[in-house]
Design a protein around this ligand. Structure first.
Ligand SMILES: Cc1ncc(COP(=O)(O)O)c(C=O)c1O
Length: 372
């Protein structure tokens, strides 16, 4: 079956691009001498994770317990749940972890450690735990400059109910970069801050078994990762308009797109409407710090993804996407368009299945794990 026979909106994954992105990252990280533990939240599906882990140790990173459960059942045996765990989710995490080699969790607060010790003690087991530190994103993670950070590490090291896995961080501030050179500077900061903390812990006689870092912009641009054990980029499997704008990839590397149909055309106003809105593309505003006129995704040709000039996806509401620009003169109701999303993780999460394509031929269908 060909793409142009699909109903719309449909989520398309270009298999050749996905394979190319995965191979490039697998080779790059091998050359840097680090283990690759890809984050699989971008696609949440087994087939893509198998491609991403080829040639590496097979560990993955997930962002929900639904993903952890699904991937564990599919045979992935070493998983990090990379959101600080809510105490209420510990029993669920433990149950999944007992069926595989390891489901490790993150903490950045003493009360969560107490809760983990309680659950592990009650089940006579040992919980694998990473200490999450903040290397500049200021989202989750303890500030490594504080005494609290040292106290958390000490408690993790000394707990009989905890298998202290090491120190973990994620430099999400790399998304503020405007180009690859700036992303590289953030990559260096991610390494320096984390290893600085490891040194500080060493002075307190706290040994850190392993160090795990990573985001797509920082690992794509990294030139040296000495002292780092593993990295966790994820978005690179699909990439998106944002990543291409900040220099992590080219627009031609984007492996995920949304097929949409023109449903309304207003030639006198240089305006048209497609049947893909926020529930197919998300409302992510995109890389406005690099390109204020980026709109809500890039409109490209259905056959080969080449960018179509004169068409801008200027707004999205629930089920409508509004296109403006002189290129709308060529559009008719029924015209098919392909949209590269600003943020592929959010757009992919809008769909229950992805059509897997090679050129314009549909060769498979993959289903992501949904829910939390
Ligand atoms: C803890 C953690 N690790 C890794 C990643 C993957 O980063 P990216 O989405 O830039 O590939 C994320 C993304 O949010 C994350 O939160």
């Amino acid at each position: 079956m060909k793409i142009n026979n699909l109903g719309t909106p449909s989520a398309l994954v270009d298999l050749d691009r996905l394979e190319r992105n995965a191979t490039r990252m697998a080779d790059h990280t091998r050359q840097l001498g680090v283990r690759l533990r890809p984050h699989v939240k971008t696609h949440k599906c087994v087939e893509a994770a198998r491609i991403q882990t080829r040639g590496h140790f097979g560990g993955i990173t997930v962002s929900t317990l639904a993903e952890a459960k699904g991937f564990a059942e599919a045979g992935f045996r070493d998983i990090i749940y990379a959101v600080p765990i809510a105490p209420q989710k510990l029993t669920g995490a433990l149950e999944i972890g007992l069926r595989i080699d390891r489901l490790a969790v993150l903490v950045d607060h003493m009360e969560t450690i107490t809760a983990i010790e309680g659950i592990a003690g009650a089940h006579a087991t040992i919980f694998p735990v990473w200490l999450k530190i903040d290397c500049g994103l200021h989202r989750a993670g303890v500030d490594p400059e504080t005494e609290r950070a040292v106290a958390l590490a000490k408690r993790l090291q000394n707990s009989i109910h905890i298998d202290f896995r090491g120190v973990l961080t994620h430099a999400g501030q790399s998304y503020d970069a405007v180009n690859r050179a700036e992303a590289l500077a953030v990559a260096q900061e991610e390494v320096t801050v984390t290893l600085g903390f490891v040194d500080r812990l060493a002075k307190e006689e706290i040994g850190v078994p392993e160090v795990s870092i990573g985001s797509t912009p920082t690992i794509s641009s990294a030139e040296s990762l000495e002292g780092i054990d593993e990295v966790r980029p994820g978005n690179y499997a699909f990439f998106d308009v944002f990543q291409s704008a900040i220099g992590s990839c080219s627009l031609d590397d984007v492996a995920f797109s949304v097929l949409a149909t023109v449903v309304s055309v207003h030639p006198e106003e240089n305006r048209a409407v497609i049947d893909a809105g926020a529930l197919a593309l998300s409302k992510d505003p995109g890389p406005t710090h690099v390109d204020p006129g980026c709109g809500f995704g890039r409109i490209v040709a259905v056959e080969d993804q080449h960018p179509l000039p004169g068409l801008r996806l200027s707004s999205v509401s629930q089920e409508h996407g509004e296109i403006s620009g002189p290129g709308t003169a060529a559009l008719r109701p029924g015209t098919l368009l392909r949209i590269l999303p600003n943020h592929s993780c959010l757009a992919a999460a809008c769909f229950d299945s992805y059509k897997i394509v090679r050129d314009t031929e549909i060769i498979d269908q993959w289903r992501p794990f949904r829910g939390w």
